[in-house]
Design a protein around this ligand. Structure first.
Ligand code: B12
Ligand code: SF4
Ligand code: SF4
Length: 379
């Protein structure tokens, strides 16, 4: 069947009806350059222990024809969300959740809309249509780039004009032969801000490759075992995902309205008080995070991350919660809690010694003069 312009226009209009901010069409051919890069990333260990990402999976995920038999086109769709604001300044030690995960689980939001759209495509055009969001097997960023939705940033994020990296992606493969969009002729130019901003050095020196083994997003969401000791201090207060390479990006920095489902219900959803999370049992965890992407980390993974964040940023007020977590039924949580207690105590000790290391000379400062601390002589 030759490419059909009316079907294309109708499908793009349906996508707008469903609330997608961006919709573009890619041809359903094998994406050879992305396949080569993905297989190289796998061979070099950059995909860490993402068990399902075998070379076989990556080959399938770069061939829409294996996702849907007879596929001729892929409709790429995007929903925008907003970067996090600033945490409440109330002296409570708070963690940080990646902005995409602070509202409703984006998979659910996409699934409802993608399913409806796929059904309309098959009914109205008597064509095959199959949808996916995230879990694939389809590599969404290379398809979105091919469809001209954006370009590959050095952070490997797809940067969409006007939105930058702040879009989540979904896809519908169809047997309809739709006129494809052209890729954009845009690049990051000489910018390297995301590379400098990455706390763990996970982005390659010239960009374009992320080593998942060092990426905080992987460490806090996908990794099931202990977090490597050398990376824990670099993770700051991030407890689920990481937005540092997105926050650093000037593209789309002016911000756009977030999709309502992604709006955090309260500041605590983005910046949760940490100590109280350590008291959650399995049931409490489910009750608090049902319907949110955080469920993926499971109780054990989230509490592990909370311990690391408290070790990095907690105060003496957080110590009792951490000490209690040293007896957590999960050995993983207990080990990270013990690490955090040691780190927090060592930091407090250094602080105390630093304070003792200062004494105030002179009884009263001169009027209008600040009181000045003078370091004690050593020895
Ligand atoms: C596995 C995965 C991860 C892993 C590994 C990511 C990685 N960089 O390898 C981890 C857990 C680390 C992760 C982290 C994040 N992820 Co993720 N992730 C995925 C998933 C499921 C598969 C991606 C994958 O296969 N990676 C393996 C690499 C090898 O493939 P790739 O990421 O597609 O990268 C290709 C391009 O970068 C391309 N490329 C790069 N430069 C160039 C240049 C040229 C010239 C060419 C040809 C190609 C090219 O080559 C790569 C291989 O084809 C996708 C969903 C999907 N089904 O595609 C979401 C997805 C990529 N993730 C997403 C998001 C939002 C994130 C986070 C921001 C979440 C967070 N806030 O914590 C971080 C960002 C980290 C980062 N800088 O990439 C979004 C990205 C949206 C966007 N605008 O780009 C996706 C598309 C999910 C979605 N449905 O929206 N993620
Ligand atoms: S998500 Fe965070 S850790 Fe991962 S590449 Fe981006 S800045 Fe680095
Ligand atoms: S921060 Fe700069 S280099 Fe990195 S993705 Fe954004 S524009 Fe590209």
């Amino acid at each position: 069947m030759p490419p059909t312009a009316p079907a294309r226009d109708a499908i793009l209009a349906m996508a707008r009806d469903e609330g997608f901010a961006l919709a573009r069409i890619a041809p359903a051919a094998v994406i050879a350059p992305a396949r080569a890069r993905a297989l190289a990333a796998h061979a070099q260990g950059h995909l860490a222990d993402l068990g399902w990402m075998t070379p076989e999976w990556l080959e399938r995920a770069t061939d829409p024809g294996r996702f849907l038999e007879g596929a001729r086109s892929v409709v790429m769709l995007a929903l925008p969300y907003a970067r996090a604001g600033t945490p409440p300044a109330d002296g409570i030690t708070r963690g940080r959740v990646a902005a995409y995960a602070a509202g409703r689980d984006y998979h659910r939001t996409f699934e409802t809309r993608l399913r409806r759209l796929a059904r309309r495509i098959s009914e109205e055009f008597a064509a095959g249509a199959r949808a996916t969001v995230d879990y694939g097997p389809l590599l969404e960023r290379p398809l979105a780039a091919l469809a001209g939705m954006g370009w590959f940033g050095k952070s490997t994020m797809l940067l969409a004009p006007g939105f930058g990296p702040w879009v989540m992606l979904g896809a519908i493969a169809t047997t309809l032969d739709l006129v494809p969009d052209a890729p954009l002729a845009k690049s990051c130019g000489s910018c390297t801000r995301c590379i400098a901003a990455c706390p763990t050095g996970a982005i390659s020196a010239d960009g374009g490759v992320v080593d998942a083994r060092r990426c905080i997003s992987y460490l806090t969401i996908e990794l099931r075992g202990p977090i490597p000791l050398e990376l824990r201090p670099l993770m700051g207060n991030r407890i689920f995902g990481c937005d540092d390479c997105l926050d650093a990006c000037p593209v789309g920095a002016a911000g756009r309205a977030t999709h309502p489902d992604f709006a955090p219900p309260s500041p605590d959803a983005l910046f949760p008080p940490l100590a109280e999370l350590l008291a959650l049992d399995d049931e409490g965890f489910r009750a608090r995070f049902q319907g949110r992407a955080i469920m993926r980390a499971k109780r054990e993974g989230l509490l592990r991350n909370v311990c690391v964040a408290l070790g990095n940023t907690g105060t003496l007020a957080d110590l009792p919660a951490l000490e209690a977590a040293c007896a957590d039924p999960s050995p993983l949580v207990a080990e990270h809690a013990a690490w955090a207690v040691d780190r927090l105590r060592a930091r407090e000790k250094r602080k105390e010694e630093g304070e003792k290391g200062f004494e105030v000379r002179g009884s009263r400062p001169e009027a209008g003069q600040p009181r000045r601390g003078v370091p004690k002589a050593r020895g």
